[in-house]
Design a protein around this ligand. Sequence first.
Ligand code: NI
Ligand code: MN
Length: 228
Amino acid sequence: MKITYYGHSCFLVNLNNVNILFDPFITPNPIVKGVDLDSIKADFILISHGHEDHVADVEYIAKKTGAKLISNFEIVSWFSSTKEIKNTHPLNHGGKIELNKGLTAKYVTAVHSSVLPDGTYGGNPGGWVIESSEGSFYYSGDTALTYDMKLLNEFHDLNFAFLCIGDNFTMGVHDSATAAQFIGVKDVIGMHYDSFGYIEIDHESAKKHYESKGLTLNLMNINETITR
Ligand code: NI
Ligand code: MN
């Protein structure tokens, strides 16, 4: 599995011969430089919730790539009715879709809010559990720490997790480390930090806190690709 970071909560994950793009917020992100939207090859775009910092570049990339848009019913309906995007799949919490053979995406609970950029109701916010023969992971979306995360450990065998760590609007570093323990992963890729003032973090102290709990926090560079 290959993972490329485009800033904030946007990652491109290549696994089982498909490219999954999460929460594209690239062109308006002041800390993202040198990412060419036209070079992003997505087969699926998964959207956690309706906030601008998760959907800003969805329309452009969906139209450019023809990728299938997957999110909750409200968000998918909004993109298909106001943006003319027809290759979509709606689901809601607890629902799972097969992306290709042996690769599934399940929409799970997040404790947050969700409204679309024009004020339209964006349904309830979520995260994702991706399971495949190449490995499985959790993508938290924007969320507080919640006891429901223990369910992920109980019913899924996850290798790593993308967790929001920026505090203020979501979990901070300490709560996210607790989330990793709830989920049962030691390997965390941080997201939702540094893009704007409210969520700037100290990288070294964040990594140290994780180390003190026997966990690893990966803070990827923009455009960096890693393998898992
Ligand atoms: Ni949000
Ligand atoms: Mn956000």
